[in-house]
Every structure is written in C-alpha cells, then in structure tokens.
Design a protein around this ligand. Structure first.
Ligand SMILES: [Zn+2]
Length: 120
C-alpha cells in the first residue's frame, strides 16, 4: 500500500495498476480518464488535511486515511471488489512490538499492556 498527499497523485498511481473503479457504495463506475479528472477537481475544491493521506492498494483501489489508522475506501478497483480490503492502515512507526512478550503496543507507550515490561 502506498500513501499520497493528493488524490490526483493517488489516482495516477492507481491507473498504473487497474483499469476501472467503482465508487464505494454506489454503482458509479470510473475509467482512468474520469478518475483523473475527478481527482483533480477534488484536490482543487476539497484538499485533505495535513494529517490525512490517500492510500492506494496493491490492486489499485484508492482510500482516504484521516487519522493515520482507519481507511475509508473511496474507489474500489474492479479487480478488488470481491476482496476484503484492509480497514486500517499500519503506517509502520505508530506501533511497536514488546521485546518481552511480543505484544503489539503503541509507539509512545512506556509499558507493555500485556506483561508490564518497561519499553524504554
Ligand atoms: Zn510485553
């Protein structure tokens, strides 16, 4: 999964991976040209916050991640419409693994939730 700061960049990358998308929860279908035009309009009229990123799945679906965790899938690539896309985004720096027990913990946690080991 890749991250982009604008929908147009995400859409350009997605068009290298897929050929048709449907808009989440509707029957609207998009070909590459339509997707790129819509992305450009969206960036101009409604740019995302600094904390948000667009993500593109390996199969070319495009999602919006507003809090560095949950993903709202906006455009589902036809080849992925029957797949379960991940609904969270593990951005890599936000979680760690406890050295003592292997539990996944928040990056800024001082102690492990599971075994209480100090993480500093
Ligand atoms: Zn632990």
């Amino acid at each position: 999964m890749k991250q982009f700061k604008s929908l147009h960049e995400a859409a350009e990358y997605a068009t290298s991976l897929a050929g048709q998308w449907s808009f989440a929860n509707s029957d609207a279908a998009y070909a590459p040209e339509g997707l790129l035009v819509l992305a450009q309009t969206s960036d101009a009229e409604d740019p995302i916050d600094e904390d948000s990123v667009y993500v593109v799945s390996d199969g070319g679906s495009i999602g919006l991640c507003e809090d560095e965790e949950d993903i709202d899938w906006l455009f589902i690539a036809d080849q992925e419409k029957d797949l379960a896309l991940p609904d969270t985004f593990a951005s890599g720096g936000t979680r760690r693994i406890c050295n003592q027990c292997g539990q996944e913990v928040e990056a800024d946690a001082h102690f492990c939730d599971q075994c209480g080991a100090s993480l500093n």
